[in-house]
Design a protein around this ligand. Sequence first.
Ligand code: FES
Length: 168
Amino acid sequence: MAVEKDRRSFLGFALGGFTAVGGVAALGAMKGSWDPLPSVKAAGFTTVDLSGAEENVLNVEKWRGKPIFILKKSADMKANDRDIVIGDARYHVSIGLCTHLGCIPAYFPKDQQFVCACHGGMFDASGEVLKAPPPKPLVIPPFKLDGTKLVLGEEGEEYKKMKTAGLV
Ligand code: FES
């Protein structure tokens, strides 16, 4: 009987040990998932190099979970105070959500227009409203220029000037 009792005690300890180790490992894994990833901490900012952009080709980036439209304007497109100017190049940059109810408009390069399929709203290549119901132009996200790089999420001088002028 003493042998049987010792065996049971051993099994109890062994099982308890495995459970404790498993519990600590599980807690470690959970702790890992609670901590934000380094990429998440840095995700407030998105840097996009505009030097490779092609005229009249819409690039869609992602910033804080939102689509960001970046359109390098061609010479035949009307200049606008909302344009981001780098050297001789002009860019339209906006949050790619319709200002009516938030659908994502599509860009039609031939017409140089954004069209929102939800209720037929239209914007020109500068994000200005061509056709209601959108009540206002596409919104310009906070940005900073760093050479040919666009840093989304930071308010640089150019953005502050636009903001003061009520253009964003
Ligand atoms: S959401 Fe775009 S027109 Fe209504």
